[in-house]
Design a protein around this ligand. Structure first.
Ligand code: C2O
Ligand code: CU
Length: 468
């Protein structure tokens, strides 16, 4: 079952940790600094990692929809950093894009972010400088924007659980393997060998018969995509990338989570104590399925006798609806990677052959171009402010790509199995797949669009979309 068992010695089967949390009432400071994380064995060799406030993942930040969140980010890393608030529709100056929206925070310096919280939902935060390494060393955390309590109460959840799903590449001493691997960049990204839930390997979650859980799941891994199955439970899917969907049973289809994506589920523990149940990931096929974590149903008497009815739908977030009939249309084509057909691409105004690109550490292009630096690159697209736009995303590679746009949430106009309808901030494009997204360009600025496989981003699969 466990394809990720390269580590020698006894493996932990720890309970899923409840992460430290920061509420808006606290003074919010996130300090990024080197430290140690007990990823694999609670009292075994600790992994040298980079941490927010001493933990990986960092604290769960919780705030209320409609509030303004103020966070001071202190950089105690040996290199510059920023923090990007993934999925929050904030002004460009607060978005954490290096050079595009702010100078990187130098070691020893800090930056104050002011974040208006328009949308309720499950979001997350992570650095946007040297992302493959900084995120891969442990810098990431969940950011929960709560609905007003009377709305959340409609879900009738007894308890809320957050899971940061991560995938680490560790050596036999549980230390993080080196970064900058060209094979990762040109293939499927930095996939790992140890899967953690909230920073712990092979976890159990203690639950009680009859209880209803609200589960907020975020894929914080560098490159891994997950296809989660919950049988014998059949949870309700209630939200994707922070945006509510009409509650629907997952059934046999499970839920896909590309890097950066989130899903909220309502899960009724309709099982007797002692019944085994696990969450399985079979993104790479049923014969390569492995365990994400195990449920442990306690001996306590059931919390309720009769099962609860379906959860009520949450109200939509205030995202403008694009006018599909009158939208401007655009296309972005993604090329490159191993086994691809990209022969050349433009970089800094010069056409480079695939060999020259590889020498420059670039393996991917968007619309035939590769940015040298973000801040002086020509925008891939210019979207007229306040107008509706339909953008065709064409994956001409042999690899899946979770494509993320900053500053906006978009609709998938042709939802498929992997990307159920509704609003998203990250669209998982399967190999050779084309999808269309639509949005109202209502947040002015120069925004990043990139693959959330962070090694793809670093090696060319990124660009700028200007809204003006
Ligand atoms: Cu979650 Cu540009 O990133
Ligand atoms: Cu990619």
């Amino acid at each position: 079952m466990h394809r990720r068992t390269v580590l020698k010695g006894a493996l932990a089967t720890g309970l899923v940790t409840t992460l430290p949390r920061l509420a808006t009432a606290d003074p919010l400071t996130l300090t990024a600094a080197p430290g140690e994380a007990p990823l694999v064995v609670p009292d075994g060799p600790a992994t040298k990692a980079w941490l927010y406030n001493g933990t990986a993942p960092g604290p769960v930040i919780r705030a209320r929809q409609g509030d303004t969140l103020n966070v001071t980010v202190q950089n105690d890393l040996p290199e510059p950093t920023t923090v990007h608030w993934h999925g929050l529709r904030v002004p460009v100056s607060q978005d954490g894009m290096p050079f595009l929206s702010q100078p990187p925070i130098a070691p020893g310096d800090s930056f104050d972010y002011t974040l208006p919280l328009h949308d309720a939902g499950t979001f997350w935060y992570h650095p946007h400088v040297n992302s493959s390494e900084q995120v891969g060393r442990g810098l990431h955390g969940l950011l929960i924007v709560e609905e007003p309590p009377e709305i959340a109460a409609r879900l009738q959840a007894d308890r809320e659980i957050t899971w940061a799903l991560d995938d680490w590449r560790l050596d036999n001493d549980a230390q993080i393997a080196p970064f900058g691997n060209r094979h990762d960049q040109s293939h499927g990204g930095r996939t790992g060998n140890v899967l953690t839930v909230n920073g712990t390997y092979l976890t159990r979650t203690l639950v009680r018969s009859g209880e209803r859980l609200r589960l907020r799941i975020c894929n914080v891994s560098n490159a891994q995509h997950f296809h989660l199955k919950f049988a014998p439970f059949d949870p309700w899917l209630i939200s994707l990338d922070g945006h509510p969907v009409a509650p629907r049973k997952l059934g046999d289809s499970g839920v896909w989570l590309g890097a950066g994506q989130r899903a909220d589920l309502i899960l009724d523990i309709d099982m007797a104590p002692g019944t085994p149940a696990r969450v399985i990931d079979d993104a790479y096929g049923p014969d390569r399925a492995f365990e994400v974590m195990t449920w442990e149903v306690s001996d306590e008497p059931p919390l309720r006798e009769a099962p609860l009815g379906p959860p009520e739908a949450l109200p939509p977030n205030p995202v403008a609806q694009p006018d599909l009939a009158n939208a401007e249309t655009h296309t972005l084509t993604f090329d490159g990677g191993a086994m691809g057909s990209m022969a050349e691409a433009m970089m800094e105004g010069k056409m480079l052959s695939i060999q020259e690109l590889a020498q420059a550490g670039r393996f991917w292009s968007i619309n035939g171009t590769v940015p040298a630096h973000l801040h002086d690159t020509e925008p891939l697209l210019r979207l007229a402010l306040g107008k509706s736009h339909r953008i065709t995303l064409e994956n001409r590679t042999r690899w899946p790509h979770p494509i993320h746009l900053h500053g906006h949430s978009f609709q998938l106009t042709d939802p498929r199995a992997g990307n159920i309808a509704t609003l998203r901030d990250t669209a998982l494009l399967m190999p050779d797949e084309t999808v269309e997204i639509a949005l109202v360009a209502d947040n002015p600025g120069k925004w990043m669009l990139h693959c959330h496989i962070l090694e793809h981003q670093a090696s060319g699969m990124m660009g700028v979309v200007e809204v003006a």
